[in-house]
Design a protein around this ligand. Structure first.
Ligand code: ADP
Ligand code: TPW
Ligand code: MG
Length: 585
């Protein structure tokens, strides 16, 4: 017996009546207290056995509990909450099927380096492990493990504090990612003394510690940059996530180096910035001799750092800033790896540059600038067209104006042509305003991302969705209406995937695989739940409807009729489709 417990016994006066019963707490409340203690106050999920009461109690204890129609979208919402706040987003699901529905989002979060925790209730261990057929039986921990950064199970109430602390640290430290936390049904009802329970909780101190780069790595990076004649900076969504906005802007501006933002890094500096090489992407990639990567990976989105788009083989040197040491040399040789957090690395580079830095040759920066201006001027008239039905340029020309006038609004974007055109046409002006399909190019992030964007920032949200893309999460417009969120969904309705014109090659009665019901009225779906539905056939109508929605903050869906011939197969990545050697019918 511990000394304090002994003393406590001795201190009970003799002859006294029964001591007051000790106050108890339980698993439910310990989990809630542990989350709140760590400033995690919002849960995205779907209720059911064994977590229904948990959701109620969390709400009663002041947490925001957003109930979805499908766990995948709750999961995407949690991951975007993580991306926007640098705290792990929390997704809560029931066992087996609910868990699996959430798992896609957990895997996607890990792939995108977004911090989130998927908390799933699970069945009784004894029964699961003997495979005796429990209600929703599944060995969830084993299934989650290969798809996330870390996976933990808590079996005892006294371990809840430590378990949640471990999950938080795993999600946000180093390279952020998804964490799975398995909570068997029995845990929720387990009791322990309230005082001991409170003491068992852990407030995580410095969950994502700074990682200062080594001085020689900084000098090496600077030497490589100084040797450049045609330097380029590539900003990725890791740079946006890091929230080192001022440092990054200062580095770009003090160095005078042109920069290229990856899609979710758009707006870190305004897309209209004179050093933006966004509209001269091909030239910049091909001709640069030194490339400084900041929080971007040389994966398929950058053609793995090699091949035709990167110019002559061996013509480039890479400097890479990343928190994950193993990212270095993953695709091509990195001449100067700079491992650490982006804030610290960029600050160290800036300090080392000091005043002894000369801007890149005007010949290079001028060539990029000229190309940008030419391309922007060539695009301008297309964006003015008032065609009916609309093409992508006309419709996006209208939405582009809206985003320019509302730089603090959140933008969500998915689809194929709808994504590719919107990404290049719509300028962004502030960091972390653009949310899209990310590293996997996954369809279905739309409504979950829009909901998280509205909940976490309180700003109006514009979601630009291909009609196929929208379909993956469309039922969540009920969620949007239920919570009365300021979200305007614009469905680019071209009657299908890529185009609406395919025909069944067999000549049979079934529709072609890529086409949908013609002239579907997605706007009526929104009306079914009490939101505003608008049918728009021209850029002018679209502009008016979206402006009204963004002003009113009312849940709105605009069905934007797009010419079904306007798109191309797979948007801009048609080259990734395998080709059959047998000629097409
Ligand atoms: P994009 O798709 O925009 O090119 P990626 O998702 O491929 O971006 O790359 C993001 C990179 O940023 C990842 O390699 C990740 O390890 C890194 N990263 C994330 N957060 C930080 C941070 N705080 N400091 C340094 N690197 C980070
Ligand atoms: C989870 C494959 C990529 S893009 C797309 C699909 C189905 C839809 C494109 O049509 P949409 O856009 O949205 O109407 P538009 O403007 O070109 O007509 N399942 C998942 N992810 C992906 N990426 C796919 C399928 C796909
Ligand atoms: Mg479409």
């Amino acid at each position: 017996m511990s000394e304090t417990a002994t003393q406590a016994l001795e201190e009970i006066p003799e002859g006294d009546t029964e001591p007051a019963p000790e106050a108890l707490t339980d698993g439910f409340h310990l989990i809630i207290d542990a989350l709140k203690l760590n400033d995690l106050n919002t849960i995205y999920g779907v209720p059911g056995i064994p977590i229904t009461d948990f959701g109620r109690m969390a709400q009663a204890e002041g947490m925001r509990v957003i109930s979805f129609r499908h766990e995948q979208h709750a999961g995407y919402a949690a991951s975007i909450a993580g991306y926007l706040t640098k705290k792990p987003g929390i997704c809560l699901t029931v066992s087996a099927p609910g868990f699996l529905n959430g798992l896609t989002a957990l895997a996607n979060a890990t792939t995108n380096c977004f911090p989130m925790i998927l908390i799933s209730g699970s069945s009784e261990r004894e029964i699961v492990d003997l495979q005796q057929g429990d209600y929703e039986e599944m060995d969830q921990l084993a299934i989650a493990k290969p798809l996330c950064k870390a996976a933990f199970r808590i079996l005892h109430a006294e371990d809840i504090g430590i378990g949640i602390a471990r999950a938080i640290r795993a999600a946000v430290s180093g390279r952020p990612g998804g964490v799975y936390l398995d909570l068997p049904a029995k845990l929720f009802g387990q009791t322990m003394g309230a005082d001991a329970g409170a003491q068992s909780l852990v407030k995580v101190i410095d969950a994502a510690p700074q990682q200062i780069p080594a001085p020689d790595a900084v000098n090496r990076a600077l030497d490589v940059l100084k040797g450049a004649k045609r330097p380029l900076i590539i900003l990725g969504k890791g740079a946006a996530y890091a929230q080192a906005d001022d440092e990054i802007r200062t580095l770009v501006e003090n160095s005078g180096i042109p920069y290229l933002p990856m899609s979710m890094a758009k707006g870190l500096l305004p897309d209209t910035h004179p050093q933006s090489a966004g509209a001269a992407r091909s030239l910049a990639l091909k001709e640069a001799d030194v490339v400084l990567m900041i929080g971007a990976r040389l994966n398929w989105l950058l053609s793995h750092g090699k091949g035709k788009s990167w110019g002559a083989p061996g013509s480039k040197k890479f400097v890479q800033i990343d928190i994950e040491p193993r990212e270095m040399d993953s695709n091509v040789e990195i001449a100067a790896p700079l491992v650490g957090d982006i804030g610290s690395c960029v600050t160290a580079l800036l300090d080392a540059m000091g005043s002894d830095w000369s801007a890149p040759p005007a010949e290079w920066t001028g060539a990029i600038r000229t190309k940008v201006e030419t391309n922007v001027a060539r695009m301008a008239p297309k964006l003015q067209n008032n065609n009916n039905p609309m093409d992508y340029h006309g419709a996006l020309g209208a939405l582009r104006t809206i985003v320019r006038q509302r730089p603090d609004a959140m933008l969500v974007n998915e689809g194929a042509n709808t994504l590719d055109f919107a990404r290049s046409i719509i300028d962004m002006f502030e960091p972390r305003k653009r949310l899209d399909v990310g590293t996997w190019g996954v369809m279905g992030i739309g409504m979950g991302s829009a909901i998280a964007a509205a909940v976490e920032t309180g700003k109006p949200v514009l979601a630009i969705e291909g009609d196929s893309a929208f379909g993956f999460s469309g039922m969540e417009i009920e969620t949007i209406c239920r919570y009365n969120l300021p979200i305007c969904v614009v469905v680019f309705n071209n009657n299908g995937i890529y185009r609406g014109t395919d025909v069944n090659p067999s000549g049979g009665a079934d529709m072609a695989t890529t086409v949908f019901v013609k002239d579907a009225r997605y706007d009526k779906m929104m009306e079914a739940f009490g939101g505003v539905g608008v049918y728009a056939t021209s850029p002018d109508e679209l502009l008016r409807a979206v402006n009204e929605a963004m002003d009113s903050g009312k849940p709105t869906l605009v069905n934007a009729v797009i010419d079904e011939n306007a798109g191309t197969e797979s948007g801009r990545i048609g080259n990734l489709n395998p080709q059959s050697v047998v000629s097409k019918k």
